[in-house]
Design a protein around this ligand. Structure first.
Ligand code: FMN
Length: 199
């Protein structure tokens, strides 16, 4: 089972880095699998630490993958050499236990050494799930056929229309604008013609 989280890390100079990333849980251990190249990977190797942030603010997922908003407020972690999101429902602080290296996708086994809860979970929201799915599509635009992206975005739009609040609408706008930008860039560079999304 994979949980979609926000991983925060700190560079050697303390600069925070924020990236959506899938996490698998194995007891007290968390498995992360960043594709190279990855700032998250570099920071974890250097600091041997990371934080998993559990948040329903899907603007962070969409903001990071579209580069529309990447500097979300962070605070120093309590126990490890990393940062955490200032606003989250909860976070888990991790230390690197083992690195299985790979030229494409190393596997990081991290030990959870500290947890904090900050706010209650308010329940599932379909628009939030739709934004997370849309963010995954946007992070793979370079490898997905345009018609598949259009079909999936059209389906996800239903949940947005029915259940989104302000934050989800903002996030969704960043995603659709990123898809349009990607296609404009492709067209400008003479790549495969692609229709612009209409939403
Ligand atoms: C929900 C979600 C889950 C993701 N999971 C992963 C992951 O497990 N591994 C990965 O390399 N990238 C994942 N990505 C894409 C990264 O967030 C994105 O490529 C990011 O730039 C990672 O590189 P960085 O460490 O240099 O920031 C995910 C994106 C989303 C929206």
């Amino acid at each position: 089972m994979i949980h979609e989280t926000i991983v925060t890390t700190a560079a050697c100079d303390g600069r925070p880095h924020i990236a959506p990333m899938g996490a698998r849980y194995e007891g007290d251990f968390v498995i992360l699998s960043p594709f190279r190249p990855s700032v998250t990977l570099d920071n974890i190797v250097a600091s041997r630490a990371a934080v998993l942030n559990f948040t329903t603010d899907v603007r962070i997922f969409a903001g990071c993958v579209t580069h529309c908003a990447t500097d979300w407020p962070t605070l120093a972690a309590s126990r490890v050499a990393s940062v955490r999101l200032a606003e989250s429902l909860a976070h888990a602080e991790l230390e690197l236990d083992d690195l299985r290296d790979d030229k494409e996708r190393p596997v990081l086994r991290m030990k959870c050494v500290h947890r904090e809860n900050h706010a209650p979970f308010g329940g599932f929201n379909r628009a939030q799930a739709a934004v997370v799915e849309g963010a995954i599509l946007v992070s793979r635009l370079f490898m997905l056929p345009a018609d598949k992206v259009d079909r999936e975005m059209a389906y996800l739009q239903i949940a947005i229309d029915k259940t989104a609040g302000e934050a989800e609408l903002t996030a969704w706008h960043w995603l659709t604008a990123a898809i349009a930008r990607h296609r404009e860039n492709l067209a400008a560079s003479g790549g495969p013609a692609a229709e612009l999304v209409s939403h």
